[in-house]
Structure formats: structure tokens, C-alpha cells
Design a protein around this ligand. Sequence first.
Ligand code: 4AD
Ligand code: MG
Length: 433
Amino acid sequence: AEANQTTIRDVAAHVGQTVRIGCWLTRKRSSGKIQFLQLRDGTGFIQGVAAKNEVDEATWAAADRLTQESSLWVTGVVREEPRSPSGYELSVTGVEIIHLTSDYPITPKEHGIDFLMDHRHLWLRSPKQHAVMTTRATIVRAIQEFFDTRGFTQVDAPILTPTSAEGTTNLFHTKYFDEDAFLTQSGQLYMEAAAMALGKVYSFGPTFRAEKSKTRRHLIEFWMIEPEMAFVDHEENLRVQEQFVSHVVQTVLAKNAKELATLERDTSKLEKALAPFPRITYDDAVKFLNANGFPEFVWGEDFGAPHETAIAESYEKPVFITHYPTSLKAFYMKPDPDRPDVVLCADLIAPEGYGEIIGGSQRIDDPALMEQRFDEHHLSKETYSWYLDLRKYGSVPHSGFGLGLERTVAWICGLDHVRETIPFPRLLYRLYP
Ligand code: 4AD
Ligand code: MG
């Protein structure tokens, strides 16, 4: 029979037929009379079985020569195989080597993390990394789908900026011809301008923070989705966030069962991430910490990872911590009118110790208060004069938030470090590959 070229993802449509697939060999096992070829083509993984007494000599010899990560055209008949994780198997009839690999560095034995990070360009080929990247792509699509179907317009924020949104301690400095510039920490300030033009907007792009901290939650370059909404207050901001995060998690559960199984993710925990999410004020969170292992924690201090984890452990869903002290948070956050020492903000803390995945707030809309904040934070009214214009010309209540893509991927995939959530992570002391 004439072989139809297909992909591993599509073999179900070809049961009983002879197909041809461009692929790589990930592993091989041989019994002398049968070779079991573990094959991958980017769309999936499948086992090819070549039997010595059923294939021609050239095919047997080629299968015999195949080494790990050699590329090949395989021809074979698709069979249903309930014992295989993919549900299918290929009875091999032909093997045509494209490129024979020798000494592939990542062997089936255990490798240290530095070795794997140095070989990230090859490590991406492994089933686990394949599952992470596939799930990340679903998350990206689910994020955009959520906002695109709710009247938001995607607006791109600049990457080179003269300003900082989240403080000046972790800015990446560069020259912009004769001027000083920074890589953006957040698109928020630009999204505030866009919201005044388009109502509901979001940016989705890379952001940069020269974090000198080497933790499992920090990347130097990470992707952030930043929605900004005119005429939306703190309460509604939280409702959008919980609907949004539920949607993303439930979409992954529906679309990536196979990948989550590869990652050995306990999906029963993810199934619980349905809106509404619990809320706790910063005040109550401090009381909780004082009573649960952190007696020294003082009101006004910021939470670190151990504090966030302790608070999150009380809940099966993500939890909002609201109303942080004004002194802890960014200059643009609106004070609670009833209590100006706290702001109308929330951090969303993921369950199971994955930490803060969202930071958001209602923004100051009062021009006088914004000017006062500029003075208090020693911000240049010249550099930011465009931002002050937003409070000068038709200022309205507005709110927004930023969700860190990689921390979200880490949580959903159950990974203990963000370095595996992005194809080529930029970490403290790591710019390669
Ligand atoms: O809490 P952050 O700093 O908030 C902002 O940047 C706001 N301007 C967002 C907004 O309101 N438009 O960052 C938002 C999220 C965090 O909750 C976290 O998930 C992620 O971005 N994040 C990081 N992820 C990985 N590595 C880092 N170094 C991160 N810093 C923040
Ligand atoms: Mg934050």
C-alpha cells in the first residue's frame, strides 16, 4: 500500500493503514528478533515495533543502526494497542535514516540540573519538557481567549521605556542612543493610558526584572498578562481575576489530560480551582501568621515565600490577600477611603506553595493624590508627565492586574521551579543557551 505521510498526533485516523512519519528515536530496546523503537515527532510519542522475520534486511539493518536522537522516516501499519500510553503502536515496515546521531549528551541516566540547563536546547525534546511546553501553549491561548471573548482589546506595551512601574531596585538599564532607558518591568502604566482610549485592554509580553534573588519563583525575563479596566473598582477586579484563573485551569484540565499525566500532576487539586476564591485581608493574614508559626511577624512587613505558603495551606483554592499596607505597595495603588493606611489591592496566592501568581489593584484616579505620591516616591513629573495627563483629562476609577505566566505554568504543571516553565529561562547567572 502507498504510505500516507502523517504525524503521531493523527495516527488514530489511520488504524490499519500504512503511514509514513518523520521522527526521532528517543530510545531503543531489542530482544534480538524484535526491536522496540520509541519514536517522537514533536506532536507526540509512539512505539514502533520491527520484527526481524517481517521486515526486509535493509529495514532491519537500519533499525539496528539507529541511535538515540537519530532522525528517520519510519513507515508502518498503525495498530490499536491498549497497553501503550498513546493507545497506538506502529508495526514497522520501513526505516529510512535521515541523520545518524552519535554521543547524544542527555542519556536515560539521571543528570544534574546544571547539566540539563546547559543543554536546555536538547532537554526540550524530553517527554516531560514537551508536556510543559504544550501546556504552556494551552495556557497562553486560554488567557487570550478569556479576554478576547469578554470585550477586551489586546494592546502591546513598549519594551524599552524611560520609566519604572514597580520601583527602581531591579531595573535593567540600557542606553537609548544618548538617553537612559530600561527594559520594561510591567506594561501597566501604558495599559492605563490604553484603557482610557479603549475601555478594557490587556497586554501580554515579556517583562524584565534584574532580581538578584535566586529562588524557584523568580526569573529575570518572564511573561506577564496585564489587563486594565476603566470604570472597574477593586471588587470587580477580584471577580474578573477569579473567573479568569478558573477558566485557565479548567481549560488545561480539558485539553491537556495527557500532558498532566506525563507530569504526574495530581489533577484533583486543580479541579478545585473554581471561582469564587477565598479572600483574607492583610490584617487577618498577619494575625493568622502570628498564631501559626510566625509569632514575630509584625504588621507592615512584607510576606516572603514561607509566609505565603503558610497562608495558602489553609485553602484548597487560590486565595486573595487584600488591603496591604500602603507603605509596602506601588505608588499608583488607591488607598482604601475608609482606611488610608491600606490600599485597594490584592495578591492572588496559588495553592500548594506556588506563591503569588497575580498582583493587582484599583489605581489612584485623584490628580492631587497622584501628585502627592510622585513627591513621596521621588518620581520625576517630567518623565511621567504623560501618565499624569491620564488623571488630568477625564480621570475615571480603574483597576487592573498582572498575572505571571511562568508561575502559573509552574502551579498548573506541578513543577517545583519556574526554570522549566519557559523554553529558554533567563536566570541569575544564566544567559545560555
Ligand atoms: O506583583 P507584580 O510586580 O505586579 C506588577 O507588575 C503590576 N504592575 C501588575 C499590574 O497590576 N498590571 O507582578 C505581577 C506578577 C506577580 O504576581 C508574579 O506572578 C509575576 O508577575 N512576577 C514574576 N514572575 C517570575 N519572575 C519574576 N521575577 C516575577 N516578578 C513578578
Ligand atoms: Mg507582586
